[in-house]
Design a protein around this ligand. Structure first.
Ligand SMILES: C[S@@+](CC[C@H](N)C(=O)[O-])C[C@H]1O[C@@H](n2cnc3c(N)ncnc32)[C@H](O)[C@@H]1O
Length: 392
């Protein structure tokens, strides 16, 4: 990842130099406990943080993962520019020889979770595939049904990148790839929009069942997102997962289910091909959505009302993680911007997919730097707890 190593420079000197370029360097925040500075940068219409860590012998300028812009090239250029403006004496750097190829995540078919806040599908029909892996099935479906938008959701980043590459190669315009946890993704979608949700060969997680994609919460969100008559289609080679899912599905009222064994699909994924060779049984459970769901309001407001900085906050806020039933809040690091403004790095929300954000408190108010959290229930509950803790 792009960085430059430098001869050390004092935090005071760095801030003095930074203050000459307010158009590019918005502010410098000083860690309360560590030799670490956060530098807020405006570069190429993006706002993000760089971190400068230093000790007596060396300094290191790199990007902050939480606010990272999508394009590696932007980061690399910004690190180069800022180190020049700050007159850092570079000892070594990897920003010159980084790969210049634009990342596949710059593809218009790659969708960030934030993009679903105000989403227009531009297709009348939508289908979703959870954990598409090599992408064979979603690519096949999209090629066969050009009037349907396929949203693929995959937690494994290289698989998502592989799919984006294939979308380009096959010249398809009806697939979106989302690199996120499917257990949390459905919560971002409006009600009654999908005609199919495929869950093919989910990881069985026999030893950690709480990590399974199929759960009562997932199925109820799936039923909300599916339109009347739409289907949730599970395909698995695991006898245990099949029986577990049957139990989960059966706990729902007003549903219709169809069960098949060794039913051949027109396309066989790489994963399935392996089991076919071993003549393993394959199970399908198709669950039909039998009712229209209510409009979903996930328009959570992540504001802090009239909250502002006071001098005792840094001392009084809890350092340990605050754990609740379905979410947590952890104030991880504290920084000062000048004497009357504080910045807090905070982890919060769902245990499986925590949100990380910086919160700025100054005399005028309090807000998330530089974007709000994802509009999920766990994040919103955590946000309300953050407000209470900051107010205490
Ligand atoms: C066994 S593979 C099956 C892949 C593909 N569906 C097939 O049939 O070949 C399971 C896939 O689900 C993905 N996955 C696991 N947990 C996930 C989650 N919570 N959200 C999204 N994808 C997930 C994995 O990264 C993996 O690609």
């Amino acid at each position: 990842m792009p960085h430059v190593k430098t001869k050390p420079i004092s935090s005071h000197e760095l801030e003095t130099r930074a203050s000459k370029y307010p158009d590019i360097i918005e502010f410098v925040a000083h860690s309360i406990n560590y030799n670490e500075l956060l530098i807020s940068v405006n570069y190429e219409n993006e706002k993000f943080l760089l971190i400068y860590k230093y000790d007596d012998s060396e300094g290191l300028l790199k990007f902050e993962k939480i606010t990272r812009p999508l394009k590696l090239a932007t980061l690399k250029e910004a690190i180069g520019r800022v180190s020049k403006l700050l007159e850092l004496e570079i000892v070594s750097s990897n920003i010159e020889n980084l790969n210049k190829k634009p990342p596949l995540f710059a593809s218009k078919y790659y969708k960030k979770i934030e993009d679903f806040k105000e989403v227009h599908f531009d297709f009348d029909k939508v289908a979703i595939e959870v954990g598409f892996g090599s992408g064979r099935h979603i690519l096949y479906q999209a090629a066969q049904n050009p009037d349907i938008l396929y949203i693929g959701i995959e937690i494994h980043t290289p698989s998502a990148q592989q799919l984006l590459k294939q979308i380009e190669i096959q010249n398809l315009n009806n697939i979106w790839a989302v690199n996120y946890d499917a257990r949390l993704f459905l919560e971002m979608l409006p009600s009654n929009i999908a005609k199919q949700i495929f869950v093919h060969f989910p990881v069985p997680w026999d030893k950690k069942p709480n990590r399974r994609v199929i759960s009562v919460d997932f199925v109820s969100e799936a039923m909300r997102v599916l339109d009347m008559g739409g289907t949730l289609e599970l395909r698995t080679d695991s006898d245990l997962y099949y029986r577990y899912s049957l139990e989960v599905f059966s706990s729902f009222e007003k549903i219709k289910m169809q069960i098949q064994k060794n039913f051949a699909l027109p396309i066989i994924s790489k994963y399935e091909a392996r089991w076919n060779k071993q003549e393993k049984d394959i199970y399908d459970i198709t669950m039909v959505c039998n009712e229209k769901s209510q409009k979903f309001d996930n328009n959570f407001l992540f504001s802090f009302d009239k909250m502002s900085y006071n001098i005792s906050m840094a001392e009084n806020l809890p350092r340990e993680s605050n754990i609740y039933k379905s979410f947590f809040v952890h104030f991880e690091r504290f920084y000062m911007i000048g004497k009357e403004s504080m910045m807090i790095r905070c982890a919060f929300g769902d245990f499986a997919r925590p949100e990380h954000k910086y919160i700025i408190l100054n005399k005028e108010g309090c807000y998330y730097y530089h974007s709000e959290p994802i509009g999920s229930r766990a994040n919103f509950d955590a946000h309300n707890t953050i407000k209470e803790l900051l107010n205490a």
